[in-house]
Ligand binder design. Sequence first.
Ligand code: C2E
Ligand code: MG
Ligand code: MG
Ligand code: MG
Length: 280
Amino acid sequence: LAKKSGRGRVLRFEPEMEEELHSRLALIGRIAEAQARGQFSLVYQPQIRLRDDAVVGVEALLRWRCPDGSWIRPDAFIPAAEDAGQIVSLGEWVLREACQRQVAWRRGGVAPLRMAVNVSVRQIRDGDFPAVAERALRETGAHPAEIELEITESHAMEDSKVLSTAETLRAMGFRIAIDDFGTGYSSLARLRQLPASLLKIDRAFVRGMDHATDSRSIASMIVKMGHELGLDVLAEGVETLEEEAVLRELECDEVQGFLHSKPLPPAELETWLCNRTAAA
Ligand code: C2E
Ligand code: MG
Ligand code: MG
Ligand code: MG
């Protein structure tokens, strides 16, 4: 086993890499088992519109609870699930679960919330994602206009199947968001072609933007560019009032972050929403 790197340079397969491979393989086996045993759940983080401080949406985020009570963070298993292709079935479960939750909230009289769901490019490239999405709508009764599919900005966005699938999803009535914007390498031309409604500024540019002038100018450019393309812009990972104040100045439309709330299980999110309405 050898890995190519750079211009035909061949890297030796070092012992640490072998260890990593073994732990990855073990992880992949555990993901399948965890899915069968119902160890995955979703938590929801509110998204706030700055203009009127209204909660306009939530983002569904995946959590894995092990039988010993510990939690595994998505960053620790999603890349492996993507490599192994398991993200296709896991992602299908996520979409159905989020749609079900959305319908339950709408029926339960919770103010209409846009439900954002992360979709891995791998789900689009490998599977028939529009068919998966169609099935999720049919089985849950969710309205696609209330579901926002988040696609991470990356080279993969240049893939023509990703573009055509995004168009199909848009035609089905879904909203599309571009996630982690500013960290990928997508071309402006491609960005203009994507039928998106929302651009999410990666939290790397939000952290400490009240004193880091470079982050602030990058965020400012992203907001201007998003607006120029007719998109709303949301800043991720907002932790302080100072960061939020800068975002207001930059005319960013929406924020999401620990300042308002961490991602919460459904019942806790309902309580959070009630307390917020009561306080207003
Ligand atoms: P993401 O989609 O960019 O989600 C935002 C991440 O930022 C979440 O991490 C959230 O908990 C975290 N976050 C939110 N506010 C703050 C803040 O104020 N400060 C800091 N430091 N972090 C904040 P999480 O839940 O660990 O998810 C990490 C990534 O895993 C997600 O990034 C997304 O790319 C991926 N992911 C999560 N759930 C899913 C899923 O269902 N499907 C797929 N394909 N990917 C998912
Ligand atoms: Mg996201
Ligand atoms: Mg992401
Ligand atoms: Mg993000």
